[in-house]
Write a protein that binds this ligand. Structure first.
Ligand code: ATP
Ligand code: ZN
Length: 297
């Protein structure tokens, strides 16, 4: 690592399924940036943070060697490279990011019999994830041949290269189009914010903490709503029980009406009309629901 570096680097996928959502999250965390001429970097204009645009597979390695302090990458890529790597250290997950949901799943041609994992014994399974698949096979005590392919895994059965595949799936449409039936889930994945295992140089530590806190703040605000209402003091306990609140509500005394209180509660996205109607039945009035932009814990 370059000890003189005074700008934090965060790696995101250059072009692919995670790119838009990664950059959008950074923007919502308050970072504005402009592209370098070669389109490899985005320079942070209002924070000492630069965004490195790379292939997603390169992100764990960049974090390991300390070329980047943070990265946004699928858990699938991170876990696969951790299993492939010989070293004991690997990037650490700071938080899941709420996009890039998919699963690493095993699928078989619909016409082949399926009677549980034992049906894979002796079969050839095509995958780009030999580490994760190998681990799953060991855990299930199954001996099968892992055929490593770097792309177009789903057509391997039709090409006669394998009888089964282990590939990323989100809707399942690609599997269906290839007459494959999903039979087992090897890993549930989501994009994560990962951090270099190397200690951050002192000049970057504060920037890193603040960026991670901001990203958590944006995620924490996702779908959150602030509920405000007035209610009889006697109904408080029942109201608190009913609310999908993330933390105990704040209760304010009203000087001009001692038997009434004003209440504020930070609720999850599940707060709906039925909650509001039930609150009204408990005597609540003046109900107001506001969308929450950011939460800084
Ligand atoms: P790169 O050129 O960066 O190597 P790639 O082809 O490996 O791109 P993408 O297809 O853009 O990568 O997928 C990036 C990540 O998006 C995956 O590693 C996974 O975490 C996530 N993802 C979400 N849904 C899917 C899906 N249906 N298929 C593949 N990946 C998915
Ligand atoms: Zn990739």
């Amino acid at each position: 690592m370059n000890p003189s570096r005074d700008r934090l680097r965060i790696a995101v996928q250059k072009s692919g399924r995670l790119s838009e959502a990664s950059l959008d999250l950074l923007r919502r965390a308050g970072l504005s940036f402009r592209a370098s001429r070669d389109k490899l970097f985005l320079y942070g204009e209002n924070l000492p943070v630069d965004v490195l645009l790379v292939r997603d597979d390169d992100i764990p390695g960049l974090l390991l060697e300390g070329s980047c302090e943070l990265g946004m990458v699928g858990r699938n890529v991170l876990d696969e490279q951790r299993l492939a790597g010989a070293g004991a250290v690997s990037p650490q997950v700071c938080t899941a990011l709420g996009f890039g949901q998919c699963r690493l799943a095993i699928a078989m041609p619909a016409e082949l019999p399926w009677d549980g994992p034992a049906s894979l014994a002796g079969r050839r399974i095509a995958t780009s994830y030999p580490g994760l698949l190998g681990q799953w096979l060991r855990e299930h005590g199954i001996e099968a041949e892992v055929v490593v392919l770097n792309g177009s895994v789903e057509i391997a059965p039709r090409l006669g290269k394998a009888e089964a595949v282990c590939d990323l799936v989100s809707t399942g449409a690609t599997l269906a189009a290839n007459q494959l039936r999903e039979v087992e889930t090897v890993l549930e994945s989501v994009a994560v914010l990962a951090q270099s295992p190397r200690p951050l140089p002192p000049a970057l530590a504060g920037i890193g903490d603040s960026l991670v806190a901001r990203i958590r703040g944006v995620l924490g605000g996702d779908g959150a709503r602030l509920l405000m209402l007035r209610a009889p003091r006697s109904a408080l306990a029942e109201i608190a029980r009913l609310l999908p609140a993330r933390e105990a509500p704040s209760v304010l005394r009203l000087d001009d009406a001692p038997d009434q209180v004003a209440l504020q509660a930070l609720c999850g996205r599940s707060l709906d009309w039925q909650h509001l109607e039930a609150l009204k039945r408990l005597g609540a009035h003046g109900l107001m629901v506001l969308n929450v932009e950011q939460v800084l814990a």
